[in-house]
Write a new protein. Structure first.
Length: 245
């Protein structure tokens, strides 16, 4: 049996399933908010939680790269809710991921998808955030995905195209999703947000306003949670201009 046939046995789709995000990834800054390559490391430390994010050769994974993790989280959650077995290695159709996240399905979209996988694998994170029911702390460096594999096929026009993706999620995130069930439903309109800061603000609002009408946070604290590189006064101007405040 060739690789294509082996992967076909496991391919699943979440096109009609709820889209889920992991709570810690919504609460704290883990991803670059810019589309340009970011090589400058960043640290978040509020005295309780410390997060260090360091780039690999492709730069730090961006908030658009995070869409892959959202897709995988949603896929794992769907399996859990159906009572199906789960493990850290997940297979899914590349086409379905691109369609769900509104990326198009042309050659460039597949190439950008592969670049996202490279950044997710090469970005390293150290954090004191607990995950799983046993409150384990991840004190070694880890990457968002441990490994990935692309299955390609020849289409009817004789072109080689990406058919499926197989990736292995890191243990820290897998525990958070599967053991602690630390997930929230997000609106699919999230994928239509074009700017990185818009996406980050949505994450924070969704995380904190799910069951309460008002959530208050100081401007300096919000800027810190967004890992904004703007000066505070410029950050305030941006918020007023884009949020109408």
């Amino acid at each position: 049996m060739d690789d294509d046939a082996q992967v076909d046995l496991f391919l699943e789709s979440i096109i009609s399933a709820p889209v889920k995000d992991e709570r810690a990834l919504m609460e704290f800054p883990f991803f670059s908010l810019q589309k340009q390559k970011r090589v400058k490391p960043f640290v978040f430390d509020d005295g309780t939680v410390r997060i260090e994010v360091n780039p690999g050769p492709y730069g730090i994974a961006s908030i658009w790269d995070k869409d892959v993790l959202i897709y995988v989280t949603s896929l794992l959650n769907s399996r859990l809710e159906r009572g199906a077995s789960v493990n850290r290695t997940i297979q899914f159709p590349a086409y379905d991921f691109l369609r769900l996240t509104g990326r198009g399905t042309g050659k460039q979209a597949y190439e950008l998808f592969m670049s996202a996988l490279d950044r997710l694998q090469s970005t390293t994170i150290r954090t004191t955030i607990t995950s799983g029911q046993n409150e384990e702390r991840e004190r070694r460096g880890f990457s968002w995905i441990d490994s990935y594999r692309i299955v390609e096929r020849i289409n009817s026009r004789g072109q080689r195209v990406m058919a499926a993706v197989e990736l292995t999620l890191n243990k820290w995130m897998f525990r958070a999703i599967v053991e602690n069930r630390r997930v929230l439903t997000i609106d699919r309109g999230y994928f239509r947000l074009k700017m990185g800061l818009e996406r980050r603000l949505y994450e924070l609002a969704r995380k904190h306003c799910g069951r309460q009408p008002i959530w208050k946070i100081s401007l300096p604290r919000l800027a810190e949670k967004c890992d904004s590189e703007m000066e505070l006064r410029n950050f305030k101007v941006y918020l007023k201009k884009n949020l109408g405040g």
